[in-house]
Design a protein around this ligand. Structure first.
Ligand code: NDP
Length: 295
């Protein structure tokens, strides 16, 4: 029987753990974790993400600081805001919603965030710390995938993991995390030869490609765990539909466990953002970190 990994329920559980920890922090230490989200411009998808992040932050008892800037904001003004947030003791996590308008240098902006407050884990220092197996802030989506994998497998040591996709926000950090848990890791990408054969060797197959239903059942090893990071909006039979990078119907027949889209990896991303903010707050106050919510 294939297990369907319920990311929605898993994320609800993570949020509940975060909320309980936040309540204790507030009661026992008088500390409230705070997350600042910076949105530049009016990108509709980004506005929805920022709204959801705000609501989720409030829901777990954290303070939410929203900064909405116009699309023509000058880089110097954005950097000044980040400097102010870096210095603000009420702010433990800072997230700059990407993509930024084209006239702004995303790398420069992200690297201006205090690495200890970089809850997206995109700062070059955190990338380096993760790559060298040191304590870092870990990008939210791969962290969510890792939590679900650990929950399903217990130990991941010695398993063959294949990550399809090598982006800085998903593929590469995912591969680093799996390596950190002692998997034998292969990273596949658009130039990989015989992708099907590479995927078929995987005990753990993570798809982060951005191509609707590209990974089909015949590419999956029987009994493998399939984590579908993809979010693709397509039209089928005249209706809008959300599908992953994995062809769910065929892959689910072969896999031992699989995440659906929607309701798999997606809900874990915001849950891990909250977990990272809590972790950042605990580290800032030299308090024990929440168990099971970090890499
Ligand atoms: P990117 O476009 O940045 O990266 C895609 C990767 O897939 C690239 O490394 C690319 O290879 C590789 N790729 C493209 N085509 C092929 C192919 N035919 N065969 C093998 N590899 C291929 O995407 P992201 O990593 O940002 O996102 C991936 C997916 O995850 C998207 O659907 C996105 O929407 C989703 N996503 C979901 C999140 C969530 O919360 N669930 C969060 C973030 C992303 P190359 O480097 O050679 O070009």
């Amino acid at each position: 029987m294939t297990k369907v990994i319920d990311g929605k329920a898993f994320a609800a559980n993570v949020r509940a753990q975060v909320a309980a920890h936040v309540a204790r922090l507030r009661e026992e230490q008088g500390i409230q974790p705070g997350l600042a989200v910076v949105l530049v411009g009016e990108d509709p998808a980004s506005q929805v993400y920022v709204r959801n992040k705000h609501a989720s932050t409030i829901e777990v008892g954290m303070a939410s600081f929203e900064h909405r800037l116009s699309a023509d904001t000058r880089e110097a003004d954005l950097l000044a805001l980040i400097a102010a947030l870096n210095a603000d003791p009420k702010v433990h996590g800072i997230l700059v919603q990407l993509p930024l308008p084209k006239h702004l240098n995303s790398d420069l902006v992200i690297n201006a965030i205090d690495p200890a407050k970089d809850v997206d884990g995109f700062h070059i220092s955190n990338v380096g710390l993760l790559g060298t197996g040191q304590k870092s802030m870990v990008p939210c989506t791969p962290l969510g995938c890792l939590m679900m994998l650990r929950d399903h497998h217990g130990s991941l040591a010695g398993l063959n993991a294949v990550v399809v996709g090598r982006s800085n926000i998903v593929g590469k950090p995912m591969a680093q995390l799996l390596l950190g848990d002692s998997c034998t890791v292969t990273i596949a990408h658009s130039r990989t030869k015989d992708l099907a054969e590479v995927c078929k060797r995987a005990d753990i197959l993570v798809a982060a490609v951005g191509r609707p239903e590209m990974i089909t059942g015949d590419m999956v090893k029987p009994g493998a765990t399939v984590i579908d990071v993809g979010i693709n909006r397509i039209e089928r039979d005249g209706k809008a539909k959300l599908v992953g990078d994995v062809h769910y119907e065929s892959a689910a027949k072969v896999a031992g466990a699989i995440t659906p889209v929607p309701g798999g990896v997606g809900p874990m991303t915001i849950a891990c953002l909250l977990a990272n903010t809590l972790t950042a707050c605990c580290r800032a106050n030299s308090l024990p970190e929440p168990e099971g919510l970090t890499a």
